[in-house]
Design a binder for this molecule. Structure first.
Ligand SMILES: *[C@@H]1O[C@H](CO)[C@@H](O)[C@H](O)[C@H]1NC(C)=O
Ligand SMILES: *[C@@H]1O[C@H](CO)[C@@H](O)[C@H](O)[C@H]1NC(C)=O
Ligand SMILES: *[C@@H]1O[C@H](CO)[C@@H](O)[C@H](O)[C@H]1NC(C)=O
Ligand SMILES: *[C@@H]1O[C@H](CO)[C@@H](O)[C@H](O)[C@H]1NC(C)=O
Length: 619
């Protein structure tokens, strides 16, 4: 059941992958141009974590032979950049509402929009890019940088050189990196906040003529430590199921859906459902461990809708507290809700982490493994649920890439268990809400029996239902809605330590240090982190956040390709936060290649410990 145009989200995702594909092609073209000399750089390195020395290697390659002797020295720099931006409505400013238009609907309009009403978005869209109405700001916080020279004295770069380094990290918890989609769909946006951060390596190349060049050499991850939990105790929570779609204020699509629903299935006729949730080992979820519990659904009001099935999903939301605080101070009272779930889609993000299931396929030893390996899923399949059998006992692994809850300068990660309850209504209600869909009777339209044995028998007579499972009515998809119940949880890392590690925003926090070679001892002292703030030029922020265009779902549908071409031209300070390769995955490839004899394994005792030494190292 979706009368709200569902294409918007998929448009975003497609637009982003399209745009970034184009970008990498143009970058490759740059590197093969004849002049001037170019250098390529890669880093492979262990992920960073508190009170830990991460080993790594920088590889430098000069593609053109005549440039091989033009490099005087190469330094390596690592920096943590954080970014926040917002667009909020000035105090008292009002964006004109979308108006019902007197124009007649174009052909096919009703099929796409689910109704014949044509709306005029012009004044509303103009308002979204009117600088009189909005305040925008974007800022970058460089938390620290550390740099060390790895190659000196005109190294011979006729062959690629690999140089070893280490990063000593003080006992400070820096933020993890959440992988996210790029945030702007192209076209005008309303209230908006976004944040990002990246740990980036750069090779700082000094040429013999004295000029220098920063070459992006990849990015890395930080794995914060979580302190020891108390003895786990069962946790119980009660919650009601709600229809939690984003109530875009004034959006005709939303209004129409709400009106149709109320007309065809009045609130008073619907059942209400509540959940009792028990988590066996408490509401602190440790990554990589099992989450076990039970959800019990009961109706608190008996109406015409019936419970059908339930799913469970571990959901991570990010709340841009910096932007929300500034918008509140600036007088925008709607900003908080507009930039929180469910209106802010920046959830379901995964943490950057070399052990993540995302990269597991790189390490499969044979083709069969690909077939047998089970991915870890942070959500469950739909599980039938009924008044006679109102329980669902769940047991899922908390995936290792589930982001840990962490508050950084611009944003806070928050985790929830999200229970989705599918609720069915009658075919008559479905026909009332979507008359177009039922113009001709679809075969198999009849209501399904609730008798499980009969349903299972029915399931043997189609090509789709798994043997032993009841058939699902064809009409089911048209006559269901999903209600949500949320349980707040805390996600912690898998390495638990005894004593809490200081948070990086505490005053006097120390910063990591890069060192050349294989120094595996902690330095005697660390420098203080000295953040540097840079506010982006307002012309650039406006170019990104005050774009003109249309929010009319019908026009967006028609102009799809035009939108995707627009986006990549906007200035975007975070565009290169994850440029190049992820150093952690390259490092893991090296370790695995050594284990499998693909790379020669060299070990030597150092400081009494075992350390691996790469084969091509310039000390
Ligand atoms: C639609 O409305 C506009 C302005 O309100 C008016 O000028 C125009 O004549 C109307 N068109 C029709 C077909 O009624
Ligand atoms: C709804 O109906 C079920 C089964 O008939 C019953 O057990 C339950 O108590 C009813 N709930 C309410 C709130 O009336
Ligand atoms: C924000 O959302 C909450 C919860 O849904 C609601 O009670 C509140 O009225 C909303 N605030 C505004 C300004 O819309
Ligand atoms: C604006 O963006 C362009 C392109 O990304 C960049 O070169 C320029 O430095 C930016 N200017 C300011 C003031 O941020």
């Amino acid at each position: 059941m979706k009368t709200r145009p569902v294409s918007i989200l998929s448009t975003v995702v497609f637009a982003v992958s399209f745009a970034s594909g184009v970008q990498s092609i143009s970058e490759e073209i740059e590197t093969i141009q004849p002049e001037p000399c170019t250098v390529r750089a890669w880093v492979r390195a262990e992920d960073l974590s508190p009170d830990h020395i991460s080993r790594g290697e920088l590889r430098i390659k000069v593609p053109r032979a005549e440039c091989a002797n033009q490099i005087a020295s190469v330094a390596l720099r690592l920096q943590l950049d954080e970014f926040g931006e917002f667009k909020y409505l000035k105090r008292g400013a009002v964006v004109p509402e979308v108006q019902l238009s007197n124009q007649s609907a174009p052909l096919g309009y009703a099929d796409w929009m689910g109704g014949d009403g044509v709306y005029d978005y012009q004044a509303h869209d103009d308002g979204l890019s009117d600088p009189e109405l909005w305040t925008v700001k974007a800022e970058e916080r460089r938390a620290w940088t550390t740099e060390v020279i790895l190659l000196e004295n005109n190294p011979d770069l006729s062959q690629p050189i690999v140089a070893a380094f280490t990063v000593a990290v003080p006992r400070v918890n820096y933020p993890p990196v959440a992988e996210k989609y790029h945030y702007l769909e192209g076209g005008p946006v309303s209230q908006h906040s976004s944040s990002d951060l990246g740990y980036r390596y750069f090779a700082v190349v000094t040429f013999t003529d004295g000029h220098t060049q920063d070459v992006a050499a990849g990015y890395t991850a930080f794995i914060p430590s979580s302190s020891q939990m108390n003895v786990p105790a069962p946790f119980t929570w009660s919650s009601t199921f709600e229809d939690s779609e984003c109530r875009d204020n004034g959006s005709p699509a939303w209004n129409k859906r709400a009106e149709d629903l109320e007309k065809c299935l009045p609130e008073a006729d619907r059942s209400s459902f509540a959940a009792e949730i028990t988590l066996e080992e408490g509401n602190v979820l440790q990554r990589g461990r099992l989450l076990k519990g039970r959800v019990t659904v009961h109706s608190t009001k008996n109406g015409s809708t019936t419970m059908s099935d339930i799913t469970l999903n571990i959901m991570t939301l990010s709340r841009d507290h910096w932007a929300q605080a500034q918008a509140a101070a600036g007088g925008d009272v709607e900003f908080y809700n507009a930039t929180s779930w469910p209106c802010n889609p920046s959830y379901g993000r995964r943490e950057l982490y070399a052990e993540s299931e995302n990269y597991a396929y790189l390490f499969y030893e044979n083709d069969e493994e690909w077939m047998v390996r089970n991915g870890r899923f942070s959500s469950t399949e739909n599980k039938p649920i009924s008044p006679a059998n109102p329980y669902y006992d769940f047991e899922i692994e908390v995936p290792p890439e589930t982001p840990v809850d962490f508050t950084s300068y611009y944003t806070t990660g928050e985790s929830f268990l999200q229970f989705g309850l599918t609720v069915l209504y009658s075919i008559d209600v479905a026909k009332c809400m979507q008359p177009n869909r039922f113009k001709s009777n679809v075969p198999g339209d009849e209501e399904m029996t609730t008798d499980e044995a009969a349903g299972t028998e029915e399931g043997l007579w189609d090509m789709y239902t798994r043997v032993g499972k009841p058939a699902i009515s064809n009409s089911r998809w048209y006559r269901s809605m999903t209600l949500q119940a949320m349980v707040p949880v805390t996600v912690v890392g898998n390495a638990m330590i005894q004593h809490p590690v200081p948070h990086y925003l505490m005053s006097g926090a120390a910063a990591p240090v890069l060192r050349s070679g294989l120094q595996l001892e902690m330095p005697a002292s660390f420098p203080l982190a000295q953040p540097v703030f840079t506010v982006e030029g307002v012309a650039n922020t406006s170019a990104r956040l005050m774009q003109s265009g249309t929010t009319d779902p019908y026009k967006q549908h028609q102009q799809f390709m035009i939108m995707t071409r627009l986006r990549r031209d906007y200035p975007d300070p975070t565009r290169n936060y994850q440029k190049g390769d992820y150093a952690g995955v390259l490092w893991k490839k090296k370790v695995v290649a050594e284990e499998r004899g693909i790379l020669p394994l060299r070990t030597e005792g150092l400081n009494g410990g075992e350390s691996q030494r790469p084969f091509h190292v310039t000390p």
